[in-house]
Design a protein around this ligand. Structure first.
Ligand SMILES: [Zn+2]
Length: 77
C-alpha cells in the first residue's frame, strides 16, 4: 500500500491518538493505524475513529491519568 500524499510505503502499526475534548487532552493508546514511513501521515479506519469518538463523548473511564508537561514555544531560548 502507498501513501496518497507522497507515494511512500505505508505500514500497519499501533499508535497513540490524541484528541482534545472539553479543554482536556485525551490520549488513546494502541490504536491501529496505517502510517507512511516517509511523511508520517496516519490513516485510521472510519470504524476506529468512530470507536474513539464514542469513547470520548461517553466519558469512557480512563485506564490511567497522567500529568503532561506543556512547554510554550515562546519559552524556548
Ligand atoms: Zn506519505
Amino acid at each position: 500500500m502507498k501513501c496518497d500524499l507522497c507515494g511512500g510505503s505505508v505500514v500497519e502499526r499501533e499508535v497513540s491518538y490524541t484528541i482534545e475534548f472539553k479543554g482536556r487532552l485525551h490520549i488513546i493508546e494502541h490504536v491501529p493505524a496505517r502510517e507512511c514511513l516517509q511523511c508520517g501521515e496516519r490513516l485510521y479506519s472510519p470504524e476506529t475513529v468512530e470507536k474513539i469518538q464514542n469513547a470520548i463523548w461517553q466519558n469512557q473511564k480512563p485506564d490511567k491519568v497522567i500529568e503532561t508537561p506543556v512547554i510554550d514555544y515562546v519559552s524556548i531560548g
